[in-house]
Design a protein around this ligand. Structure first.
Ligand SMILES: [Zn+2]
Length: 84
């Protein structure tokens, strides 16, 4: 009986250890890849997109018009407001 318990513990321990190692390896790999994945916002290649509240068109944040804490595609739409 004690022998079975011993082997059960060995198997559980082995599984736990391999799981921890896999997790650690994946984490290490992720840390390595991260600098490439995160683009610098100043480069503007992956600029955040915003939506016009009137016509629902998507446009880069730098091209959007801001008014009343909302984003619009143009000054006309900012003036017209949300479509009713
Ligand atoms: Zn619009």
């Amino acid at each position: 009986m004690g022998k079975i318990l011993f082997w059960v513990l060995v198997i559980i321990g082995g599984l736990f250890l391999s799981r921890m190692l896999t997790h650690y390896a994946a984490r290490k790999r992720q840390e390595k890849e991260q600098p490439k994945q995160v683009p610098k916002s100043t480069q503007g290649s992956a600029e955040e997109m915003v939506r016009c509240k009137r016509c629902n068109i998507h446009l880069p944040r730098s091209e959007a018009v801001y008014d009343k804490e909302q984003t619009w595609c143009s000054k006309e739409h900012a003036k017209l407001g949300v479509k009713s």
